[in-house]
Design a protein around this ligand. Structure first.
Ligand code: ADP
Ligand code: MG
Length: 560
C-alpha cells in the first residue's frame, strides 16, 4: 500500500494560526495524545466486554518514551488501533476538521488567552511541537494490515504499509528545533504529573529502581535487591471515581495528602456524586485556614473524565467556595468555549447551585450530628459560611440555621438562640433589639465590662469579613440593630435592674473627674468615673469616638 494525498480542508494554512494561538501552552499536546491513547484502550476493553473482540487484551498500559538522539517522542497504546481507511477517516477528516473549526471559530476571538488549554485541539496539537508526525498502527479487526501515516502538518499526507505487529497504535513525533524541551525526562514527567495523574489506564514513563525483599542473609536478616520496575506515573482509580460507602476517612485524608503534600489535614470533606441532570463527581475539602489572609484561591482542580483540565474553576464553583480544595470531574462542563459562554451555560449554572446546596447540607448535617465539634471548627469554617451568607441568598437561607454567633464569653449561639437569649433585656426605647459587638475585645474591655454590668451580652466580631456580615445581619434580622460597644453606646444602654448607686456624691464625682482630666490634659480623651467599688473599674479614660473613627478611616484598606 502506498498512497499520497491531500487532506481536504478549506483553510489552507491553519497550522501557523494554531501555533500562534496556543503559543504559551504547547505542553497540552501530550495531554491530548495520551488521552487519545487512553480512549483507544478503553474502547478495546469495551469491545472485549461486549464480546465484539475475542482476542487477548494483554497488558493494556500506555507508554510514553523518547529518544534524545533521534529527537522523537512516542506515545504507544494497545488500544483498538486503526486501519488505513480509518486513519483517513479519523485523522485526515476528524482531527483536521476539528482544528479547522477551531481556527474559524476563534481566529478573531479577543479572549484567546482564556481558550488556551481549555480547547483540546486533539491529535492536531502534535504539530505544535513536531515537524513531522508518524502513526504506526494495527487494528484489532480480523485480517487488518498494519498501516503507517506520515504528515508534516500541511495538508499533504502519505499512507504506506506499517510495521506494527501488535494491536494498537504508536504516535511518533519528530520534535522540532524550538520544542526540544519535550525531549527532557524532567519536563515530560512534569507535564504527565500535571495532566495525566489520574487517567484511568496505567501510564508508563521509563523505569525506576525499587528494592525488593530477597530472602535472608546468613544472620537471618532480611535481604533486599534492587529491581527495575515500570515507572507508572498515574493513579488510575482516584477516590472520586469510587462510591463513598467503599471509602474510609483515612482514604480521604490520604488523597488530600496526594493532592497537597505540604498541607495540614483538612477539617472535613464532601463527596459529590450526581448523574442527573448533569454528570459530576468530586471531593471538596474544607482546608484549615491559619489566618484570614492565608486564603489560596484556585486550589480546586477540574477534570473531565479524569483528564486534568484546569485549576481555574471560577463560574463552576460559587465564588465563596473558591477557597475550598479538592477535585471536580465533569464531562458536562463545556471546555471548548470562552468564559462568557461558560457563565451563560445552563449546566454550569446547575452545577454551581448544586455545589452550593451540597455544601450547605453537609454543614447542616455536621451541626446537627455533633454540635460540639461544629463549634470547635467554627473558627475555621465561620469565614466561609459568613462569606456565603453575604454573597448568596440561597445559601443564607440554609445557613441561618447553623451559622453561629460567638460572644466574649466564648459561648456560641445560632441566630435564633441568640435572639431568645437577649430579647428580654437588650431593647432600646422603641422596643427594637440591640446586639452589641466588639472587634477587639482586649482594647474594648472596659466597655464590655460596663455593658455586661448592665446585663448586655457582647458578640465578638473580629474577622475582616465580620464588617460585611454585620451589615448583612442588620438587613436580614427584623427590628434588630448591631452596635459596636464604645463609650457613646454603653452610656445610652437602658439598665434593666438598677445596680447600687455610686459611692461618691455627684459633687465628689465631678471633682475626681476634674483631677483626672487635668492630669491627662488632652482634649480628645474622655474621662468617666464608673464606680469606686473595689472589684470594678473605677475610672475609664477613652479616646473620643469621633477621633477614633477618623483614625480608623485613615487606616482603612479596600475590600475584605
Ligand atoms: P477526539 O479525540 O476528540 O475524537 P482527536 O483529534 O484527538 O479528536 O482524534 C481524532 C480521532 O483519531 C479520534 O476520535 C480517534 O478515532 C482517532 N485516534 C486518535 N488517536 C488514536 C489512537 N491512539 N488509537 C486509535 N484511534 C485514535
Ligand atoms: Mg482526542
Amino acid at each position: 500500500m502506498q498512497e499520497k494525498g491531500n487532506i481536504s480542508i478549506h483553510t489552507e494554512n491553519i497550522f501557523p494560526i494554531i501555533k500562534k494561538f496556543l503559543y504559551s501552552d504547547h505542553e497540552i499536546f501530550l495531554r491530548e495524545l495520551v488521552s487519545n491513547a487512553v480512549d483507544a484502550t478503553q474502547k478495546i476493553k469495551r469491545l472485549s466486554s461486549l464480546g465484539q473482540y475475542q482476542g487477548e487484551l494483554g497488558d493494556l498500559k500506555v507508554e510514553v518514551s523518547f529518544d534524545e538522539e533521534k529527537k522523537t517522542l512516542t506515545i504507544s497504546d494497545k488500544g483498538l488501533g486503526m486501519t488505513g481507511e480509518e486513519i483517513k477517516k479519523y485523522i485526515n477528516q476528524i482531527a483536521f476538521s476539528g482544528a479547522t473549526e477551531f481556527v474559524e471559530k476563534f481566529k478573531d476571538a479577543k479572549d484567546a488567552n482564556e481558550l488556551i488549554g481549555k480547547f483540546g485541539l486533539g491529535f492536531y496539537s502534535a504539530f505544535m511541537v513536531a515537524d513531522q508526525v508518524e502513526i504506526q498502527t494495527l487494528s484489532f479487526q480480523e485480517g487488518a494490515e498494519p498501516a503507517r501515516w506520515i504528515c508534516d502538518g500541511s495538508t499533504e499526507f502519505e499512507i504506506t504499509d506499517g510495521t506494527r505487529t501488535e494491536r494498537g497504535t504508536d504516535i511518533i513525533l519528530h520534535i522540532n528545533k524550538e520544542s526540544e524541551e519535550f525531549l527532557s525526562k524532567h519536563r515530560l514527567q512534569e507535564i504527565l504529573d500535571k495532566y495525566c495523574r489520574f487517567l484511568p489506564v496505567p501510564i508508563k514513563f521509563g523505569t525506576k529502581t525499587e528494592s525488593e525483599p530477597d530472602g535472608e542473609d546468613e544472620e537471618g536478616k532480611p535481604k533486599y535487591t534492587s529491581v527495575e520496575v515500570d515507572n507508572i506515573i498515574n493513579n488510575p482509580n482516584p477516590i472520586w471515581t469510587k462510591a463513598p460507602a467503599d471509602l474510609t476517612d483515612q482514604d480521604y485524608l490520604d488523597f488530600y495528602k496526594e493532592l497537597y503534600p505540604f498541607s495540614e489535614d483538612p477539617l472535613f470533606w464532601i463527596h459529590l456524586n450526581v448523574d442527573y441532570p448533569f454528570n459530576l463527581t468530586g471531593v471538596l475539602y474544607f482546608p484549615k485556614v491559619k489566618n484570614d489572609f492565608d486564603f489560596q484561591k484556585n486550589k480546586i482542580k477540574l477534570f473531565s473524565r479524569q483528564v486534568f483540565i484546569t485549576d481555574e474553576v471560577k463560574d463552576i464553583v460559587p465564588e465563596f467556595l473558591m477557597l475550598l480544595h479538592g477535585v471536580i470531574d465533569s464531562p458536562d462542563i463545556p471546555l471548548n468555549v470562552s468564559r462568557s459562554f461558560l457563565q451563560a451555560d445552563s449546566n454550569v449554572k446547575k452545577i454551581n447551585s448544586y455545589i452550593t446546596k451540597k455544601v450547605a447540607d453537609k454543614l447542616a448535617e455536621l451541626f446537627k450530628k455533633d454540635r460540639k465539634s461544629f463549634e470547635e471548627k467554627w473558627g475555621d469554617i465561620g469565614v466561609f459560611v459568613k462569606y456565603g451568607m453575604i454573597s448568596e441568598e440561597k445559601f443564607y437561607d440554609k445557613a441561618k440555621d447553623f451559622a453561629l454567633l460567638s460572644n466574649t464569653k466564648k459561648e456560641h449561639y445560632t441566630l435564633e438562640e441568640y435572639k431568645s437569649k437577649v430579647s428580654a433585656l437588650q431593647t432600646d426605647k422603641d422596643g427594637n433589639l440591640v446586639y452589641l459587638y466588639t472587634i477587639d475585645a482586649a482594647k474594648q474591655d472596659a466597655f464590655i465590662q460596663s455593658a455586661n454590668k448592665k446585663d448586655y451580652d457582647v458578640l465578638e466580631m473580629n474577622s475582616p469579613i465580620d464588617n460585611h456580615f454585620i451589615n448583612q445581619l442588620e438587613q436580614k434580622l427584623e427590628k434588630t440593630s448591631l452596635k459596636r460597644v464604645d463609650s457613646d453606646v454603653v452610656d445610652k444602654l437602658i439598665k434593666k435592674d438598677d445596680t447600687p448607686p455610686h459611692v461618691l456624691s455627684e459633687e465628689q464625682t465631678t471633682k475626681v473627674k476634674d483631677i483626672f482630666e487635668k492630669a491627662i490634659n488632652k482634649a480628645n480623651m474622655k474621662v468617666e468615673i464608673e464606680s469606686l467599688n473595689p472589684d470594678e473599674l473605677p475610672v475609664s479614660v477613652t479616646q473620643d469616638e469621633f477621633m477614633r473613627r477618623m483614625k480608623d478611616m485613615a487606616q482603612m484598606g479596600g475590600g475584605m
